[in-house]
Design a protein around this ligand. Sequence first.
Ligand code: PAF
Length: 285
Amino acid sequence: MPAHPTPETQAITDLARLRETVAAWRAAGDRVVLVPTMGALHRGHLALIAHARTLGERVVASIFVNPTQFGPSEDFARYPRDAASDLALLAQAGTDAAWMPEAAAMYPPGFSSRIEVGGLTEGLCGAFRPGHFSGVATVVTKLLNQVRPDAALFGEKDFQQLQVIRRAVADLDLDVAIHGMPTIREADGLALSSRNRYLAPAERATAPKLHAVLSDIAAQARDGGETAPAIARGIAALEAAGFAVQYLAVCDAATLAPLARVDGPARVLAAAYLGKTRLIDNVAV
Ligand code: PAF
């Protein structure tokens, strides 16, 4: 793996230069696709880049560990950062530019605006991470305004985030197509996540249980029975395996409202701690 980006991936840290670069592509008739990330890239991100390349001639990946979406006791300070490795992976994946703004430029003194998305953000992760989705919606809106892409791609692993972004984009009339992409998993079912690297070996061995339990609940919900007993059994199974469950719910796939029975598109979603690592996952019913 090269230690530095190949010449094809420009690392851009200055907004004026980003805008000039994108304007030149547009003038040449190229469509621009954005893949927002917080770095610590893995195969899930690379799958987004690969799909982005099918949607436009130019692909921009943003790398920005956004401080405003982390709570005071969360992992902002220790969130993995490895720009050299990220840039090498982006180059290999055929990314045209890496947009890497400085925090001081994203949030200069006096910055005081937030995007608040109601409803969708109240339950699930929103109930345990106050301010998180406002931080996400604000930074994603800024990234979309900075890059002005034709399309932007997000993983379904962060399913609530994806729905919140879709809502904000629709509500604010942002002229961009949002694409959700299926979760990429390890062979044993564990959803790829930059935070998986926090897991100790014994935790890593236990972690795929989360996906197994969600898949079981999805199968039971698909049969049309009440969701509550399946959820209770799922929580018990996870706790027996060593997880501390924050939530486990069967929800309408669009509104994220909890469902007592499934009669349309639905999703089983959960967040649980394994030791100090918070894992989230979801599967379609
Ligand atoms: O999913 C992520 O990596 C982040 O929440 C995002 C969308 C890049 C916003 O910071």
